[in-house]
Design a protein around this ligand. Sequence first.
Ligand SMILES: *Cc1c(COP(=O)(O)O)cnc(C)c1O
Length: 465
Amino acid sequence: MTSITNHMPTAELQKLDAAHHMHPFSTNTEIAEKGARVITKAKGVFLTDSEGVEILDAMAGLWCVNIGYGREELAEVAARQMRELPFYNTFFQTSHVPAIALAAKLAELAPGDLNHVFFGSGGSDANDTNLRMVRAYWAMKGQPDRNIVIARKNGYHGSSMGSGSLGGMSAIHSQGGLPIPDIHHINQPHWYAEGGDMSPEDFGLARAQELEAEILKHGEHRVAAFIGEPIQGAGGVIIPPETYWPEIQRICDKYGILLIADEVICGFGRTGNWFGSQTLDIRPDIMTVAKGLSSGYQPIGASIVSDKIASVVDNNEFNHGYTYSGHPVAAAVALENLRILEEENILGHVRETAAPYLAEKWQALTDHPLVGEARICGMMGSIALTPHKETRAKFAADEGTVGLICRTRCFANGLVMRHVGDRMIISPPLVISNGEIDTLITRARLSLDEALAEATDKGLMVAAS
Ligand SMILES: *Cc1c(COP(=O)(O)O)cnc(C)c1O
């Protein structure tokens, strides 16, 4: 297999990109001015751009390339499946082998009685499925008023009308008439930014108890479900205090409210177990999966649903589905990805080798003058940039100013590390070696040094009052 090396010159690609390609979550005129970075190929944990520059991808694409780039087996499976059966639908009482096999495999891997799979093409549409399914479930049980879903501020569940409403990002809610009705948001368990003088443990409990207050405010007969990411990803890799999830679980159990764990990032080894729910001791009624399900090689997502819910929903027609629900090529590729994760014991590699080594190096970044905290769980980590460590101070400058400086320095130094405001985040491929972790950390430190120098030069090392 050869890659496309004889592409048109970068400047020409950038010009066409600017003229015709509208990028997600971007100001397109800004991209047009600078020219998009064009990625042409990738292998293992490294990307190559159109100028031949190699970049260590510490974000695994968008949190998804868990097994790393360039696995021939997935290409082979996709080609074979395309030749045999490139498409068939799963509506109208038909099925096909890849969808059947993948559903059965997910039921085997998922904890508890999560034995039923509804497929989509990604995380957003899977969460839309969840929203409709939990409301339909309660209506089918004769409780149509139980339609409120409680979610969290600064959570991320996708950007469609339903999933963007479940998410708690003000930038998303400010466009297009979101959130849709009967979705309410409680505060996030983000101790570093919002915990004030409380201990993390007390703060975690207090934030979880907001769920109980919110339920009582509407009346428990009105609340269908709670949704949360075990660890918030796009919100800035926010690892909740240990007291948080047990209390959320207790409250959901007490009021009989369905718990949806959005595992789109945490699933498939990211936290060292198959699912983040296992790492954080959550017993969900539904799990949302996507991203690492296929390691990003094909667009596929799913809702994995409990016996309890399926036994109700399956007795009725659920008027919902996507043309590509259970797409045979995507499902076959996902199955092959799961085979590799399992047979190569990649979760073992995470638990025994990569995560402990990365944690040690990552947490040591707190000795850097720009870093206020460094946290990590499995293979997802974040650092908070601060002008003043002791008080966990924010910058006086607009949020994200220094974060963007740092991200730009990272890119220039051959490292993809994202910024969320003034937090820097990583989520590298799970197969990363200790040598590659050393490279990641060396480039991160160099970029932090340069970001500190630039921020100091620009007079940005000033705490917000
Ligand atoms: C990325 C993400 C989604 C949305 O998935 P898409 O495939 O982009 O639609 C949903 N939930 C979480 C937690 C995510 O990180």
